[in-house]
Ligand binder design. Structure first.
Ligand SMILES: Nc1ncnc2c1ncn2[C@@H]1O[C@H](COP(=O)(O)OP(=O)(O)OP(=O)(O)O)[C@@H](O)[C@H]1O
Ligand SMILES: [Mg+2]
Length: 224
């Protein structure tokens, strides 16, 4: 179980708090969805939860244990908003083996299959992939680390309809054995697989009911 308690992030360079007393509980095998407009603090929150930034005050707990940034780096896997900016490997194989030189061919095959990239050549450059493929490769890199908490920043942004549907069903499968927290400015198809939902505005988090929200999403008109 993930607990955030009174999390505040107020860097000295900023005149106001970017995250303002965030409280959140998220159970295992659940997908939490945070919806907020641009600049609301979504990526900042995930940076804290992945141990890349330290909160100004407040705490993150995992199963009653208060975690340091180093412990969060072990626990959590973050798929960045723009994963292509973070690729370091010259090929898909190198990217997957970064930090895991022992990774065997079968594990590489499985990781790529899990995200639907099994048809790609392992020697292809990550930078030569489409946006959706890069997003899925970044997810495979995190899955290899087997994080208990998977954090996804705008996982469906810029994907076409069929790619979005594929990614949403992949996330529904992944939440069966880990905790997922997804942040987005556009909930869309993600609402259908969300167990808990919050809105984030100017760094303030508020719980919302995903079922009410889903029913307000405009359904396409039936064909005449
Ligand atoms: N270290 C920092 N110092 C000062 N300001 C910061 C810092 N980090 C983030 N910010 C500011 O905090 C606010 C929230 O940024 P953040 O990237 O978390 O928003 P976001 O919700 O992810 O937006 P987007 O949807 O555009 O990705 C922005 O106004 C940003 O400029
Ligand atoms: Mg962001």
């Amino acid at each position: 179980m993930l607990y955030l308690r009174n999390l505040i992030y107020h860097p000295t360079a900023s005149s106001t708090s970017i995250l303002n007393c965030i409280n959140l509980d998220l159970a295992p095998q659940q997908l939490g969805l945070i919806i907020g407009p641009s600049g609301s603090g979504k990526s900042t929150l995930l940076e804290i939860l992945s141990g890349l930034a330290e909160p100004t005050s407040g705490a993150v707990f995992w199963r009653e244990e208060k975690l340091s940034a180093e412990q969060l780096q072990q626990l959590a896997g973050l798929v960045f908003q723009f994963p292509e900016r973070h690729f370091c490997g010259g090929s898909i194989l190198e990217e997957l083996r970064l930090g895991h030189p022992e990774l065997g061919s079968e594990q590489v095959r499985q990781a790529l299959q899990e995200v639907g990239l099994e048809h790609l050549s392992w020697s292809a450059s990550p930078h030569a992939l489409s946006g959706g493929q890069q997003r899925r490769l970044a997810l495979a890199v995190q899955l290899i680390r087997q994080p208990n908490l998977l954090l996804l920043d705008e996982p469906t942004a810029g994907l076409d309809w069929s790619m979005r549907r594929q990614l949403v069903s992949l996330l529904a499968k992944l939440k069966k054995d880990r905790t997922l927290l997804v942040v987005t400015h556009d909930a869309g198809d993600l609402l259908a697989i969300a167990d808990c939902c919050w809105s984030l505005n100017h760094g303030k988090l508020e719980a919302i009911d995903p079922y009410t929200l889903e029913s307000t999403v405009q359904q396409p008109l039936p064909a005449a």
